[in-house]
Ligand binder design. Sequence first.
Ligand SMILES: [Fe+2]
Length: 146
Amino acid sequence: MASQTAKDILGQEVANYGVLFVKLHNYHWYVSGPHFFTYHEKLEELYNLVAVLYDEAAERLLMHGGKPAATMKEYLEMATVQEGDATLSTKEMIDDVITDFRNISKEMKTAIESFTDEDDTIEDTLVGHLEQLEKEIWMLESTIEK
Ligand SMILES: [Fe+2]
């Protein structure tokens, strides 16, 4: 039996990815300025990535007898990620996404520290997500003007 900590973090990340999916569309649509095409395309790539992570987290939770939340109402109540703000500047939007990816990574890393042997496959799923988020953080940070 997977530990409650492992199931809880999967449930938490389902909610976070649910909110992030909408937020990334928000920024994909409303980003503006000279680098519009670069960020418009990158944000599309990111919402597609998040859609995959979202589904993986939910299905991994179902495999372990958990019940992922599946409504926006629950996601907004549960998520640690805040909704997007279309009035932000391009840099603020990208900084916001980096912050979300960092916070989600931190939550997963903290939870993994108290995992048991029974949580191995959940840990593998989360480590896979960490690898992808880490790469995106690096690329986004390399893109924004300092
Ligand atoms: Fe689009």
